[in-house]
Design a protein around this ligand. Structure first.
Ligand code: NAP
Length: 259
């Protein structure tokens, strides 16, 4: 299927590894030029080189913390025009909410709510003028089913979800869609770090933590960043122009609800 987006420009945040990288790769496979970002320059440049070699598109790299105003200004300056914005950043740490400080909450809300909103604010009006735009926010299955140890994530991401539910409807008349992708358990550094953190708390080994999580997934496996990215690319395509303001759960059937 030709998604009809070859030659467009995408800004994919937090994309040297994991789900962001999966989105960048899948968009590049459709002929989309990229600005990709992460804090560490070397893995970012390696990812860019691999994508260029495979897809033959232009890939610009911006090593920066996307949660800072300077980082956001730098990625926006690097992109000739943002047709597609994929919002992503690291997730907040797990823990007991009794131990979270005001600063912990502000960091989580900054990374997982305000940063994507600031980027949307910077790109949305030009998208509306051009009558095409796609915003995909990587959030979490915790938006639909809160994960008890991830209170910071549950709270901050719900805030972003509520905000874009309103904004998406204001943009819909102009060919601009805003959707959220809600990953369940995907085989990335982040997931492995969660198992490691569980093991360091003492009760289980990393392998046991992984096996326990796997047992909750009807598909019987963790997701891959590649398949996650392909769903993102589809949402950015012409065929997805009638999808907006939606929360797409990609979790191998783990969420137990009927709706
Ligand atoms: P990952 O494999 O650890 O990759 C994270 C990527 O983001 C790296 O490229 C990292 O590079 C970059 N990054 C992190 N913080 C950044 C920042 N402040 N500015 C710029 N780049 C930043 O993580 P992932 O599994 O893909 O997760 C991506 C998002 O999905 C996270 O918010 C995570 O909580 C959420 N999520 C993941 C899962 C899962 O199963 N994997 C499930 C639910 C939700 P640098 O470190 O070099 O910056």
């Amino acid at each position: 299927m030709d998604l009809g987006i070859a030659g467009r420009w995408a800004l994919v945040c937090a994309a040297s590894k994991g789900l962001g990288r999966g989105c960048a790769q899948a968009l590049a496979d459709e002929g989309v030029n990229l600005v990709i970002n992460a804090r560490s320059a070397q893995p970012l440049e390696e990812t860019a080189e691999q994508i260029r070699a495979r897809a033959g598109v232009e890939v610009r790299t911006v090593p920066a913390d996307i949660c800072t105003p300077a980082g956001r200004a730098a990625v926006l300056a690097a992109c000739p025009q943002v047709d597609i914005l994929v919002n992503n950043a690291g997730g907040p740490p797990p823990g007991d909410f009794r131990n979270f400080s005001r600063e912990d909450w502000l960091s989580a809300v900054d990374a997982n709510m305000i940063t994507p909103i600031e980027l949307i604010k910077a790109v949305i009006d030009p998208m509306i003028e051009r009558r095409y735009g796609r915003v995909v926010n990587i959030t979490s299955s915790s938006v639909k089913a809160a994960l008890p140890a991830l209170g910071l994530s549950n709270g901050a991401r719900a805030g972003l979800t509520g905000f874009v539910a309103g904004l998406a409807r204001q943009c819909a008349p102009y060919g601009v869609t805003i959707n959220n992708l809600l990953p369940g358990a995907f085989d990335t550094d982040r997931l492995r770090a969660n198992f490691k953190a569980q093991a360091s708390r003492g009760d289980v080994s990393e392998a046991e933590a992984a096996a326990a999580r796997l047992a909750t997934i009807p598909a019987g496996r963790f997701g891959t960043a590649e398949e996650f990215g392909q769903v993102c690319a589809f949402l950015c395509g012409e065929q997805a122009s009638y999808f907006t303001a939606q929360n797409f759960l990609i979790d191998g059937g783990a969420y137990p609800g009927t709706y």
